[in-house]
Design a protein around this ligand. Sequence first.
Ligand code: BG6
Length: 510
Amino acid sequence: MDGIVASATSEIEGAGTQPRRAPPCTFVVFGGGGDLTKRLLVPAIYNLACAGLLDDRFSIVAVDWAELSDEILRAQFHEALRDFVAKRGTSATMLRDDVWRWLDGRISYLRGSFEEMETFERLGARVGDGNAVFYMAVAARFFGPIVDHLGQAGLTNEAGGTYRRVIVEKPFGHDLDSARELNTRLLATLRERQIYRIDHYLGKETVQNIMALRFSNGFFEPLWNRQNIDHVQITAAETVGVEKRGRFYEGTGALRDMVPNHLMQLLAMTAMEAPVSFDADAVRDEKSKVLKATHCAAPEDVVRGQYGAGSIGGVPVRGYREEPDVAPDSRTETYVAMKLNIDNWRWAGVPFYLRTGKRLAVRKTEIAIHFRHAPYALFRDTPVERLTPNIMTLHIQPTEGVTMQFGAKIPGPTVRLGGVRMKFDYSEWFAEGPSTGYETLIYDCLAGDATLFQRADNIEAGWRAVQPALDWSERAEAAPLCPYAAGSTGPAEADALLARDGRSWQSLTD
Ligand code: BG6
């Protein structure tokens, strides 16, 4: 049953209206000379320009401390764009010269320190009286000082109907207390509606599709509860190691890096109640509610792992402790699996198992909804373990789509059951160009739609759900570090976590 044949599909409102051109704006990027800007922000802005969604009065001001000129920066952006198109498009010639020329003339560089008032005074002259977005593509320690300075320089004042918005990247805090402190600090200068806290997972089409799937279809929602669902598994497996981020990662680890933000977003989208509308606050209210009901019961519900040497795709790779800027006796986890409970009427008694790790056998992010078995009366002679479990898998990346697994009669004179899969694959139904995932987020911020951004209470609720696990991880006896080989499916202890409940993880390598 693999691959239903794609045919023309209808478009329905919500999806049907063409997005309008965003209002004029000066897009200021702190950390404008850095990697995130080149790899993701500039390609996303280029894609928005290709789609005709940027106003003629759109411009970019990159602020950074490096010795650069407008010309050098533009050349670097151009090269990064060529790279992006070559890697993600079908051919390098796809870079549109007309669009690049349009963008090129709108890019300027401002050299300065993020901690000196003088930088912000000069920035004020560039920004003028119009709309502005300030994007923090910088290390987290600069978020507070930059916003303080923007405020002191009067750059956050929304006079005469203009807007001033700030986009904050992750990590938003280091734990619940520091996230609260950062919220308080930002809110001393900005109003909540001016703050756009980004989680790049919400820029992924497949993540946005979770809500569309659940709330635009009649047949899933009645099944989406404790009566019918046995448990849920959320996986974010990566093959990459810590790359050049050893210094950052040592103080962060897999739990902080992935769980309170990305995995909690996936959990919230899967488990939230239907919002009363798609209005930003209605959606964010529901996410906060479900995250507030989410908790981890005991230290034995958390497994922390660290990769040792191994091989990925046949290529030998070193262990975490041998990575640059990593302590040889590091206790930082590169893998975490945990069992969470959601204490509300819909989900009581339905565990949500999460796992994420670096240097695993495959790259795969997915949510698997495991339904309860049907009563077996008709198939008394079929051993229970041979009945195909009903699983709906939402494939987030790199496969993008949805699979339903169920049992069907194997053709033949006797009644025998076989497991089959029905699959929806994004690429078979929709033609989309290469994108970074930041297009929607940037466009929404320019247009003032905060639905896909996190409100202060969402961020804090995510941290609150993992705070006990962070506390336990401080105590070696409560949170042992379990080794796993690079290229494997993770530590054996993570399998034991589910086996204890009579369950097992979806295969990573299928
Ligand atoms: C980032 C983490 O937020 O997300 C990285 O800091 C991780 O460590 C990345 O690799 C994963 O993002 P994606 O989009 O590749 O799943």
